[in-house]
Structures are given as structure tokens and as C-alpha cells.
Design a protein. Structure first.
Length: 206
């Protein structure tokens, strides 16, 4: 029987998902929580096969950062993001952080179980729109001098996001965003975001 952990800060949804997952008899929910912080110390002993995690957790660690932290230490755990919005930038960032796919909160009980089955069979449950974003990201020039975080920030800038918006999405401070932007300017030898975006697009780095 596959072991599942659920991280969701809406208790009604949390218990509903638990009941649905266990109803098949194929999965056992071994732990539930409303925060990544509570789950992290238990992972070594729990050794779950899957984690279903809300992408917009209210704690100090959101679903994207939580995915990155968990996959860094436990790469064999399949993480499925649980989200209301199944075609936004946060879903894409979660996939880049290591999630294997996602489950829409609007999905039926059967669709949720199908997503678990798909992930368990090595698949990646996601919409066509998100799949296309993932494909395009692999087609980018990998000779970019930018780090992943710098690449993320430059992509957000190219889409017109403000420093504050970028900071909120990535769960970092505005000062940290500014620090990364300075590094981007230095690495690309430019002096403005417009020049940085233009050069990155020309070189197929974003």
C-alpha cells in the first residue's frame, strides 16, 4: 500500500482529500498537516511515496519552497501540488522546484485518484498549457550565466511583474529581489532591466 502525506491548511478540504485517497484501499494517509514545517522533521521516518501539498500554504514555507526543500533531501518522494488555479505561474514554478505534477482542487474524486495513479506510474499529471511551459523551458539555451533564481526573476520582470510581486510569489524580500537583479545586470553586462530582458531573449535564455 502506497503511503501518502497531505499538507493543506483548509481543514475541511484536508479531511475530504484524506477520505477520498484512502477510499480506494490502495493508499494509506500516514500524516496530515497544515504546514510544511511540521512535516519536515518526520520525513526520514515516514518515507512517504507521495506528498499532496497545497501550493499556497499560509505558513512561513509555501508549497513551492516546501517542494524545493523536500526534493533536495528526498528526491524519490513524488510531490503533487494541490491548487485552485491549474494554469498559473506558481504551478510552473512548483514543477521547476521538483513537483511531478498537480491536482486541481476543482477535480472530481476520480480525477484526483487518477492523478495519483498517473504519478505512481511515472507520469506527470498536468494541463496542456503547463506542459507546454515545461517543454519550452527545456528548449532554452543552457549556456545562460544566470542561476535558476536569477532566471526566474528575469522571467518575471519580462512579464511585467513588479519587485514586490516577484518577492511575494517567490516568498523572498524585495531587498533580495534587488540583490539578484544587481547580479543579473553584472553577469549580462547591462545597466537596465530592459537591456537585460532584450539580451536574454536574444540569447534564448528566457
Amino acid at each position: 500500500m502506497k503511503k501518502v502525506i497531505i499538507i493543506e491548511d483548509n481543514l475541511n478540504i484536508l479531511h475530504s482529500v484524506k477520505q477520498n485517497v484512502e477510499s480506494t484501499g490502495e493508499y494509506k494517509v500516514i500524516r496530515i498537516s497544515d504546514s510544511v514545517e511540521y512535516i519536515l522533521p518526520h520525513l526520514e521516518n515516514d518515507q512517504p511515496d507521495f506528498i499532496i501539498m497545497d501550493i499556497r500554504l499560509k505558513g512561513s514555507i509555501n508549497g513551492i519552497e516546501g517542494t524545493f526543500k523536500i526534493k533536495k533531501v528526498y528526491p524519490n518522494i513524488d510531490i503533487l501540488m494541490f491548487t485552485v488555479f491549474d494554469d498559473n505561474e506558481q504551478v510552473f514554478e512548483a514543477l521547476r522546484a521538483g513537483a511531478c505534477g498537480y491536482i486541481s482542487k476543482n477535480a472530481s474524486d476520480l480525477e484526483m485518484i487518477h492523478a495519483l495513479h498517473q504519478a505512481g506510474n511515472g507520469g506527470a499529471p498536468m494541463s496542456n498549457k503547463i506542459a507546454r511551459q515545461v517543454l519550452l523551458s527545456f528548449q532554452k539555451n543552457r549556456n545562460s550565466p544566470l542561476s535558476k533564481r536569477e532566471d526566474d526573476i528575469l522571467n518575471f520582470l519580462a512579464k511585467g511583474n513588479s519587485y514586490k510581486s516577484i518577492a511575494n510569489t517567490l516568498c523572498i524580500s524585495s531587498d533580495t529581489v534587488k540583490y539578484h537583479i544587481k547580479n543579473i545586470y553584472f553577469k549580462l553586462q547591462v545597466s537596465s532591466k530592459e537591456e537585460a530582458i532584450e539580451k536574454a531573449r536574444k540569447e534564448n535564455w528566457i
